[in-house]
Ligand binder design. Sequence first.
Ligand code: ADP
Ligand code: MG
Length: 685
Amino acid sequence: MGPRIAELFLQKGIQTAEDLLYFFPYKYLDRSRLESIRNLKVGQASVVGRVLSSGLLFFGRGKRRLFEVLLGDETGAVSLKWFHFYPQQMKGRFQKGQALLVSGEVTLYRGEPQFVHPQVELLEADLLDEVAAPGIIPTYSQISGLGQKTVRKVIRNCFERASFSDPLPEELRTRRRLVPKKEALYGIHFPAPDSSVEELNNGRSAGHYREIFEEFFLMELGLALKRRQARGEPGIPFTIEETRRVDWQGQLPFDLTKAQRQALNEIYSDMGRGAPMNRLLQGDVGSGKTIVSLLAAVAAIENGYQVALMAPTEILAEQHCRTAQKILAPFKIPVGLLLGSQTALEKERNRSRIRRGLFSLVIGTHALISDGVQFAKLGLVIIDEQHRFGVLQRMALRQKGEEGSLVPDVLVMTATPIPRTLAMTVYGDLDLSIIDEMPPGRQPTRTQVIESRNRGMLYGIIREVLERKEQGYVVYPLIEESEKLALKDATQMCEELKKILPEHRIALLHGRIVADEKETIFRKFRAGEVDLLVSTTVIEVGVDVPNATLMVIEHADRFGLSQLHQLRGRIGRGAKAGSCLLVSDYRKTENAYRRLEVMCATNDGFRIAEEDLKIRGAGDFLGTRQSGLPDLRVANLLRDYPILKVAREEAFQLIDNDPGLLSHSVLKQELLRRWKERLALSDVG
Ligand code: ADP
Ligand code: MG
């Protein structure tokens, strides 16, 4: 292609032949399914045509209105009608001569066919000509300045010139009936006229299937290698006697739940082995993961090792530190805290104590993986809230022990529940423990939506809660582009509430407040010296104040489901029932409505995760970018889960048989290319 066209592709991020070949049509049109307008009959139908005219009409003595578009093809014209619409939007939407693809139910009005509230899609003008030809028409997402025809021509050229190598072993391809790479890609861009349009549109054509398989296969291959490597390293066989376990648990202020005991047993059994532990501990907010991890820490410390606990924020690190000091008081374990915000002197002193082994348990933020931190004898690494840390950071912390020493165990905790099957597959290099039970005596939190015009009601509820001497949070979402706006909203709300509730102590917390002061405000809240916290920063994941029973979330529709669930998890942590109020004009959008409905309907984190997954899509849900996995460009974790399972089996099998990929050189190259620096070279032998 010439430089002008290349430039246009570049704007869509398409730079190489590979990029181009992986620019898949997002949709396929089946010419044979289209009706000509003259032949329209009552029932479902799709037509293609051009806009002849459009406009607003009045009827019923001018009291009612409708919007009408007249659509024509070579055979005739048909009327498209809307009775519910925003006039401004409709007027801008249609122009004379535009090509449209219209689908919907055909009905008769005075003997003439019509579409009422059809689905309408704008077609590019040059696509319309092709629609006249038979067969299947792939449709690419728009590249400005380029017509569909040009895109197709360039791609066809590319096929003629590019060379293809197939990373999938032939034996595997034959066994799993996967088409060769070139054939797969070609079929995606230029499907044979007799292909199934359904399959193409659902990503299930032979070509799509193969490409999805390959993508998953390479992802799982990397995970299999990581897992194999981790298992092969020399770990620490901790001695954990049954009588000691009982002893430790006896020191707690409560009995562990059955699920906690089960998870702890799995952890202890890993720790007792010679191979390093790599375990993910999943549990809903408030299910009591922290205690479990601290008991794991006790075991490591009694064996003479140090433990590092890494949290995503300073507030959380400090909270863990307090919990640890409280829970571990009977064990007389020296606990240290290392934070980025400490003075240079403090940090140096802490680092020195870590180095000399004076702290047995060290709690901190990212500061723990900074240079200069060296442990005397690191035995266990605990990482809280996994989704904020990637695989790489996990590795970095693991390497903080002395040179040549045994590899520490790793326990990762996450409160973002992921459906079990998905977690197994995506965190393929981690073993999984799940706490699926809440500590006894918890009252379920009641959730309701309040529309923002009902502020009066909201204030009434806040007053009631505070009068019962319980505490609460009011949270504003922090939207990147308008930190100022959120701050303004929160400040106003705080002032207003102070006026309405002068006898209660209300504090404002926002991103601009320095860490020190934030901590002071939190301390007061924890101590019950502040009744209501109005905040722009999301109340940190994991904050634990049992007397807080009210969570008001403003602009609730701007939060994701998992985030809402996390926030709601801040309350109802004691014996008193919590109340969560989602302030939103939630009828605004379909999506917002669905999300908030789910929140009101259930408190179950796993169900919410599943819904969230459906609404958001898996890539966004898991934040694959952050998780250290290669990006998925073809596959969709949700839709394609069955393929993932097969690909995973095959990948683990292959690594078992050929751990160094010695007889799979093309595959090995491709693997390294996809995973890049995320897969240390040593992993592949
Ligand atoms: P998570 O980190 O899983 O969100 P936490 O470990 O912070 O949950 O525990 C939430 C609260 O429940 C804490 O106040 C903790 O002391 C308490 N808790 C944990 N386990 C139990 C238990 N078995 N019985 C009673 N309370 C518990
Ligand atoms: Mg926690």
